[in-house]
Write a protein that binds this ligand. Structure first.
Ligand code: AMP
Ligand code: MG
Length: 492
């Protein structure tokens, strides 16, 4: 496939979904500067990284110039935020530049985030500060490297203008890449507008784009719902397996594709604690770590409601069919989660006691204030004959011994060499995750000192989360213990 400096935009959303967007333009940036450009992702998109890591790219990623073929638009959506319904949200600070077909023939959205006001901005300024932009860049790329479906970052640009939050902050724009930006909230927007034609058009478009196989099913819209549920259950299981807390699992932040979207107040847990909440606005702990699977089902039930008229002409029958599918989500999630947890502790076969074994471990970890990431990483050392490192993670190391003994009894049934198991564990249990204090350090340097170097270094470390590198020890360590709990903010 030919690489081209220009984007070969093919804008199917604009062509197909009249009524779900408004055309509008980016605001211009006064003194833009390219902070970071993702060469590997540009390659994957079939773009020419060298041609784009340039003044030409800067003009596009700052919103100062419109690339050929780009039809910039803001998408409309509704959504439940913290359980309360908002009939009109929409891209208040984001602008779709267009869609490209990547080197693997996948359709991908390219979007600016922070490029100024749109018809959906309501009271907001449509802008983004450098901190949240770099945060989304870092955590999204870290998630990708960890093998979690996610939106990606193609570029981060400083605009040269100030944005006003609690303080005055340097402005920035993120160029975000997604397999689409269609959300549960997009369906809610269509359904709320009352006519079946509108939701039908959206469903048909989304099926063709994301789940074409479901078009062949006896009941395509029911099959579509089941496919979304499957993708989202797999996604949230991955979050739980790596200790990720999204923080704003509103229906407008729940993609139909099954990609993680919207890295606002998200963060990774240090010590395993089911009730962990980082977001300053999540006062009731609705989106706490252990609530995520349940919230997912709640969000999918909101999607199901929008599909009722498509699933069966008799409402009662439609509700019955959708409810049956909703009831399958919990066990489906559990099985994804269990598969993930089994491999984290080196098990490749399935035994009936595994779930109990894993739950007992987690209980011990919570009681012993054990770092979630380091436990699994150091556990492979136990297979190599040294349990000391993992034991020392517990407040009382001896508390681990009885569990370890049980684990060895179970592991004996595996019949794989310990070294091979240890190796495969190290390939899925990261040593480097975006540690909260490291992320904050990098964002503060960029915001307060215009020093992007700590961000670049952290990004490089997080891009290879499984490969231990000498000299990077500080990136593996949990934050020094303080009495002040870590808090994140939406950055809006
Ligand atoms: P979020 O919490 O990022 O999912 O955003 C929720 C809604 O608020 C979306 O409709 C956003 O487009 C909108 N929004 C967030 N920040 C801004 C901003 N600075 N200006 C305008 N709209 C915004
Ligand atoms: Mg959002």
């Amino acid at each position: 496939m030919n690489k081209h400096p220009h984007f070969n935009f093919d804008n199917s959303f604009a062509r197909s979904l009249d009524g779900f967007f408004s055309y509008c333009d980016a605001e211009t940036s006064t003194a833009p500067k390219l902070l970071q450009f993702n060469h590997a992702l540009a390659e994957e998109l079939g773009l020419d990284p060298v041609a784009l890591d340039s003044e030409f790219g800067l003009a596009i990623f700052s919103g100062n110039e419109k690339a050929e073929g780009s039809e910039t638009l803001a998408q409309a959506y509704a959504g439940h935020q913290f359980g309360g319904y908002s009939p009109q949200l929409g891209d208040g600070r984001a602008l779709l530049l267009g869609e490209v077909i990547d080197t693997q023939q996948r359709r991908r959205d390219i979007q600016l985030k922070g490029s100024g006001r749109t018809p959906f901005s309501r009271g907001g300024d449509g802008k983004a500060a450098i901190g949240p932009v770099l945060r989304e860049y870092l955590i999204g790329e870290a998630m990708h490297a960890l093998g979690v479906p996610t939106t990606r970052a193609l570029a981060a640009v400083a605009t040269g203008a100030d944005v006003y939050r609690e303080t005055v902050l340097p402005g920035a724009i993120l160029t975000r890449v997604a397999s689409s930006h269609i959300r549960v909230g997009t369906f809610q927007y269509g359904a709320a507008r009352g006519d079946v034609e509108k939701i039908l058009k959206l469903a048909d478009y989304t099926i063709e784009r994301h789940y074409p196989d479901t078009a062949e099913a006896d009941n395509p819209y029911l099959a579509f719902f089941a496919a979304v549920a499957d993708a989202q259950a797999a996604l949230v299981a991955r979050w739980m397996n790596i200790g990720f807390i999204h923080g704003v699992m509103n229906t407008d932040n729940t993609t139909i594709s099954g990609e993680t979207i919207d890295y606002g107040p998200c963060a990774f847990m240090d010590n395993y604690a089911r009730g962990t909440v980082f977001s300053s606005i999540d006062r009731g702990g609705r989106y706490a770590y252990a609530n995520q699977p349940e919230i997912l089902i709640w969000n999918l039930a909101r999607l199901a409601e929008t599909l009722i008229p498509l699933v069966d002409s008799k409402k009662e029958r439609a509700v019955e069919l959708l409810t049956e599918t909703i009831e399958c989500i919990q066990p489906l999630y559990e099985s994804y989660w269990l598969t993930g947890m089994r491999s984290k502790i080196g098990l490749t076969t399935e035994e009936s006691g595994d779930q109990q074994l894993i739950n007992d471990l987690l209980k011990k970890m919570e009681e012993g204030h054990v770092d979630f990431t380091l436990f699994f990483r150091h556990f492979s050392q136990a297979l190599r004959g040294d349990s000391e490192e993992v034991r020392q993670l517990f407040d009382k190391p001896a508390d681990f011994d009885a569990w370890e003994h049980r684990w060895w009894m179970r592991y004996e049934q595996e019949g794989i060499s310990a070294e091979r198991t240890a190796q495969s564990m190290d390939e899925i249990n990261p040593i480097y995750i975006p540690r909260n204090h490291k992320v904050e350090e990098a964002l503060a340097a960029a915001t307060d000192q215009e020093d992007i170097a700590p961000f670049k270094k952290l990004l490089e470390v997080l891009t290879h989360p499984f490969d231990e590198v000498e000299g990077n020890e500080a990136y593996a360590e949990p934050a020094p213990k303080t009495n002040i709990p870590y808090r994140t903010f939406c950055g809006t």
